[in-house]
Design a protein around this ligand. Sequence first.
Ligand code: SF4
Ligand code: SF4
Length: 658
Amino acid sequence: MKVLFSSWLGEVVDNRGKPPESWSDCPAVTLPDTFGKDRPMSAFIGWGGVVVLNESYDIVETAYKYAQALQASSCAKCFPCRVGTKVMEDTLYKILEGNGSDSDLVQLETLCGSISSNSKCGIGQLGPGPIKDTLDHFKADYQAYISGGKKRPNYHYPYKMTAPCTSACPTGMDIPLYIEQIKEENFAGSMATIREASPMASSLGRACFHPCENNCRRDNVEKSLAICKLKRFAWDYENTHEVDMPLNPNKHTREERIAIIGSGIAGCVTAYNLALMGYRPVIFEKLTRPGGVQLTGIPQYRIPLESLDAEIKFLEGIGVEFVCNVTFGKDETFQTLRQKGYKAIVLATGADLSKGMRTEGEDQGYEGYYGGIGILKKIKYENAEIPKYKTVLTVGAGNTAMDCCRTFARLGSNSYIVYRRTEKELPCDPHEYAESLDEGVKYMFLEAPKRIVAENGKVVGLESVKMELGEPDDSGRRRPVPIEGSDHVIEADCIISAIGQDPDIFYMGDEPKIKLNKWDNPVIDEDTMQVIGVPDVFAAGDCAMGPETLVIASGHGRRAAQSIDQYIRGEEIHLSDEQIMENIIRKIGAYNKNEKVPNPKGWERQPIPICDRDKKLSSFEEVELGYTQEQAMEEAARCMRCYIVGMACVISDSEGGE
Ligand code: SF4
Ligand code: SF4
């Protein structure tokens, strides 16, 4: 992007004095043109440097405000950070007020160096860097204040403290803090921190695909922190010890009821946050018990029913009501819920219809042919008797396909994955792939299904065509191309389609104002989760934006609850400045995989204990056993507390000031 000035990641681009049409590009950083929808933004300052977008900036005021944010973010455990950032803030204020001198600039430079090299975490280590950049590259701006006469503009400076791991987490969980609390043996504090972002610590700690760990700076040293499994430890500790469970001081302090349709993670998190605000959320569930995909789709060996039940019980204690055996669109509708006085309706019905493979024979009702989500539900939720199949082909290679193939490996079948690309393009979590191999699953790569072969109404094989990889498609992966004349039949008595899911939207017809996109999701404002054109209806989770992960659905729930609160209070539904900052920081990228992190190597990640291998292969017992207290504290101690602060300069006369 074109900028007036940038020192981002040490790459200096300086277009000052040049006409905008001849500004050179700044490849190191991408920023939005505006702060939120339409507020003009002129600069960004943060852990990677300073970026000035246009002439409406004041670098000295920006540096002062940034020093103030660092001081406010300091946990005060290190003397150089606690005291140094305060001295920095005061000195910059003195300069801004026209009382500074050249010796103040020298002192600031010295302070930047000593705070950076003597502090323990990102706030102290990385925070002074951009202030030093302003001193190095904007001397004349400082001199204008020192020589007197310059008046500060009082722009608005929203800021956000985050960390690379936190920024990658869709719930915005304060990961460094909950890990530090585990390290300090403050497990209740750790759970409280986790619950500020999501109440589903067990589900997430067991089955999240942890984007945070792919953005962990410790990976630049040797191996990322076991962020996910530490969360599970905190929950397991609480669940297995006599501890005081947190109460909800606002429980049912408001009269308004909100109807939430679906009891998966999006619905539960929406309800939890509404309950904390004092509302009376009621979750309607079509099945006999709550839990969504954790109940029906994620196998027992990954999320045991017992741990899910404990999460639901906790939510009930906080003030969430569950009403089961209610099918929305039949037993209740938009109209009946409105007539009963519900102030808002949240659609959180997931995506529980298996996509067809568009393969001849799949609509014939053959015995031995299943949709992935359907068969997982039969096994876990219905506890149904499944015929003993000799050879099971699971078509697809995403995480639902992994759940299917690993399930049938446990049921004693020869379990295969049929995938039209190669190992390199596998879309599933690498850990799931490794586990499936360990459990004996075999892979047939470069195969695409063409026809279900059946005899007497029973599956006997899959006609498949061999593929080869061609040019990359829109997803960047090489497109599989059929090899002419390569059709062949793979013998099998069971075929599972696990190539994706669709939302079940039969109830949408009751509210004609809801528009659907081409994937049958309601058209929503993705910032606020409000359904466009129907102000009292919100959507969250897979039904809102298509099949995604548990943690994305959890993030939706938090945002939906905030929007519903604003809606009920009659306010404009909007993102807070902090949330806008969070989005900007995500866009910039808080994690730099090329960063040379100076910490010494060699503190290896604690391996997660797993159950006895025979049990693992022959039963649905939980595979991962969780850390012991000693292991968890040892693992937590590896965290480098990589907090960073990002701040924008927003042109606004109404806010800012001191
Ligand atoms: S631990 Fe980090 S925030 Fe706390 S005082 Fe040290 S450098 Fe500052
Ligand atoms: S080391 Fe800790 S704070 Fe740093 S990115 Fe990893 S988990 Fe987050």
